[in-house]
Design a protein around this ligand. Structure first.
Ligand SMILES: [Zn+2]
Length: 369
């Protein structure tokens, strides 16, 4: 396990490549971002918006998938206020929302003058798929990711919306795998093939777990059908420099609230992923598998966007990365697991190449320095 010499990302991250100078591909892609002609990219997006504005009769021009977080707040703001599109926001309602998450989402609708449809999938199905994804591959949020992508595609199809605007391509922004179409013109058509889904096939996870008639919102409409309707799907991060900290300030100018009790355990920021409760334990499982989680993500992000030095990041990551994640009780109850069952399950995913026991405690073999 090696760490990038410029940020603090380890080489255990799937898709990341280190060059001969010990710099990771995410840092190299930040260098490339400085070379991009951003005004020209924004002009391209304006052209796309001008071409589609009003083409859907009195319907919506564009769908923006939202969570109530800072990034989707910014997406909805850009598309409705900067490009003057008639925006329909779509949220797949998390099953364990936080108060901040609910209030920030309400604020988005009120302040940005957009409409919102809420898709609430039945808890019994989601619970079963999450439990299966946790036990089989240690990736419970797989189920939510699946619903978000498929349900938004369904909504676009249903409302004949010519444009769907996603946020960032995680492969581009966080140093993972990038599809050719995303790199060339910001197309998100291949989103379902991104890194969130590489670990396992959906059909393997749901086999003997749920029946097919529960899965409408988990299955994408056929690509051909979407093509016939001429629905275009893009990443806003291709056209506008993606900077989560800046997005927070945009959202805050409308009254967006950060987490009232400060950063969650293991977190560095108090305004990232604060809208629901099940993703904390999910994210922490990455620590067992890959040797890093939230604090590394937060600090890398700050380094890439010029808000933090590597020294400061090393200190922050080492200070909080061994914290145990919040909301374990809620997580156990949701997945109907006892604490013993949970720890037996997650220990199966601990990567012994990078972990060892030191004075009776699990520690990384290769600490960040
Ligand atoms: Zn790096």
């Amino acid at each position: 396990m090696r760490y990038c010499k410029r940020c603090v990302l380890p080489d255990t991250k799937p898709g990341v490549i280190f060059d001969e100078e010990g710099i990771c591909s995410a840092c190299r892609s930040v260098e490339c971002k400085h070379e991009i002609d951003w005004p020209a990219r924004a002009a391209k997006l304006r052209k796309i918006c001008d071409d589609i504005r009003g083409t859907n009769g009195n319907g919506y021009d564009c769908i923006v998938p939202v969570s109530g977080g800072k990034d989707s707040f910014n997406q909805a703001y850009i598309m409705s206020k900067v490009y003057n599109l008639r925006v329909l926001c779509v949220v797949v309602v998390p099953h364990l929302q936080t108060v901040e998450g609910i209030e920030n989402l309400n604020l988005l609708v009120e302040k940005l003058g957009v409409d919102l449809i809420k898709i609430s999938t039945r808890p019994s199905t989601l619970q079963k798929i999450r439990r299966s994804a946790l036990l089989k591959v240690g990736n419970p949020n797989y189920a939510e990711h699946r619903v978000v992508f498929a349900a938004v595609a369904r909504a676009a199809y249903f409302y004949n919306t010519p444009l769907v605007v996603w946020g960032e391509d995680i492969g581009v922004e966080f140093g993972g795998n990038v599809t050719t179409s995303s790199a060339e013109d910001g197309s998100a058509q291949e989103l379902i093939n991104n890194d969130l889904f590489r670990e396992a096939g959906f059909d393997d996870l749901i086999k003997d777990v749920v029946s097919d008639d529960e899965l409408f919102f988990y299955r994408n409409p056929e690509i051909e059908t979407i093509g016939q309707k001429n629905i275009r799907s893009i990443y806003l991060g291709y056209y506008h420099w993606w900077d989560g900290i800046k997005h927070f300030h945009v959202a805050k100018s409308f009254g967006f609230e950060q987490r009232r009790l400060g950063p969650l355990p293991g977190n560095v920021l108090d305004f990232d992923n604060i809208d629901e409760k099940l993703c904390e334990v999910h994210l922490w499982l990455k620590f067992l598998k890959l040797g890093f989680w939230r604090p590394t993500d937060h600090c890398c992000y700050k380094i890439w966007n010029g808000y933090m030095s590597r020294e400061e990041a090393v200190e922050k990551v080492n200070a909080v990365q061994y914290d145990f994640p919040a909301y374990l009780d809620e997580f156990l109850e949701y997945h109907q697991l006892t604490e013993t069952e949970f720890f037996e399950c997650v220990e199966r995913f601990r990567n012994h190449d990078i972990w060892h026991k030191k004075n009776g405690h699990w520690r990384l073999k290769y600490e960040l320095t």
